[in-house]
Design a protein around this ligand. Structure first.
Ligand SMILES: NC(=O)C1=CN([C@@H]2O[C@H](COP(=O)(O)OP(=O)(O)OC[C@H]3O[C@@H](n4cnc5c(N)ncnc54)[C@H](OP(=O)(O)O)[C@@H]3O)[C@@H](O)[C@H]2O)C=CC1
Ligand SMILES: Nc1nc(=O)c2c([nH]1)NC[C@@H]1CN(c3ccc(C(=O)N[C@@H](CCC(=O)O)C(=O)O)cc3)C=[N+]21
Length: 282
């Protein structure tokens, strides 16, 4: 039976430590969250982020975009937030309304306020493995914190990342590469046979595609570390992209709920605090 990577517990510890740091800091961080209120997932996750932020002493400002919002109208909102000195961090909650170019909006966020690291400047820094401090997408960063907490070192390991979004797959692959793993990225156009062959060799599997039960037990190597980023609602219950039987074969596994999700939220708060501190030093 796989050992559990307990994201819920590690995230709780992170939030407790952060609460003390925020309390001691001179400036109280403010995070602006731009989201589509008509998206059920966004409403749910934005609510969770607000509550978690309030508990550690981070203020949030919600900016719900109109259903007929366009790339240009959201870019104007972002420009205002970029110029607003009372805002330390800006989070663009994906997905934005249909027809809006998410990547164009991500790219508009001022790099020092881009706490999810989704803009080209911060993604470039990550891909260049810059040694300076810069924000990185909360989900893959949280996954790395979790691996580190359990003493799992990616160096020299074969890692397969399934999914290539700006939010998860691309930065996850970059972080694992920067941590000296041998990384392969699979996506929609990776044929099933190739994917299975890659997975069967992998020491670390990180999956975020949004398909319940997508990864099967037979595809996983005995003892592998399986990181399930998927967040799907099935019959009103949260479940991941990895089928339950994988727990019989994996060495380590993140549960859903209670794995990557809570780490994402704690990491987002940590990144907001770090960005606020960096702004104070300019
Ligand atoms: N737990 C957490 O904190 C978070 C969870 N999530 C969850 O992770 C999942 C992915 O999110 P996100 O990256 O934003 O979603 P996107 O829809 O942006 O990306 C999904 C990725 O999966 C790939 N994909 C789709 N179908 C297949 C397939 N059959 N085989 C292989 N790859 C496939 C897509 O490939 P292509 O590029 O070719 O289209 C794409 O790269 C969702 O369930 C989301 O809810 C996301 C962020 C945080
Ligand atoms: N710019 C941006 N950054 C994101 O980080 C981002 C985003 N956009 N868009 C949507 C996804 C989704 N996401 C989740 C975060 C936490 C949980 C989470 O905490 N889930 C709980 C369960 C929740 C439940 O029970 O329903 C858990 O896994 O334990 C889930 C999903 C962040 N996302």
């Amino acid at each position: 039976m796989a050992k559990i990577l307990d994201g819920k517990a590690v995230a709780k510890k992170m939030r407790e430590q952060l609460t003390v740091l925020v309390e001691r800091a001179e400036v109280k961080p403010t995070l602006a969250v731009v989201f589509d209120p008509n998206d059920d997932g966004s409403r749910l996750y934005v609510g969770m982020k607000q509550r978690a932020a309030a508990k550690v002493g981070i203020q949030t400002r919600d900016i719900a975009v109109a259903p007929d919002a366009t790339t240009a109208s959201i870019e104007r909102i972002v420009a205002e937030l970029n110029a607003d000195e009372s805002v330390n961090g800006i989070l663009i909650q994906a997905p934005l309304p249909a027809g809006v170019d998410d990547a164009a909006v991500f790219a508009m966020v001022a790099p020092e306020k881009d706490i999810d690291g989704l803009g080209v400047t911060n993604q470039g820094r990550l891909f260049a493995n810059e040694t300076s401090t810069y924000p990185v997408a909360a989900t893959p960063k949280g996954v790395m914190t979790l691996l580190n907490h359990y003493g799992i070192d990616p160096r020299g390991k074969k890692a397969v990342v399934v999914g290539r979004s700006q939010l998860f797959g691309r930065p996850m692959a970059a972080l694992l590469l920067n941590a000296d793993a041998t990384v392969t990225i699979a996506h929609r156009y990776t044929d099933e046979q190739t994917l299975t062959a890659l997975l069967q060799e992998a020491d670390i599997v990180a999956v975020g595609v949004g398909i319940p039960g997508f990864i099967k037990k037979e595809q996983i190597k005995e003892g592998a570390v399986v990181l399930d980023v998927g967040m799907n609602l099935v019959d009103g219950k949260a479940c991941g992209d990895v089928e339950a039987a994988v727990a019989d074969r994996a060495g380590w596994l993140t549960p859903v709920p209670g794995g990557v999700g809570p780490m994402t939220i704690a990491t987002l708060l940590e990144s907001t605090f770090e960005a606020t501190l960096a702004q104070g030093q300019e």
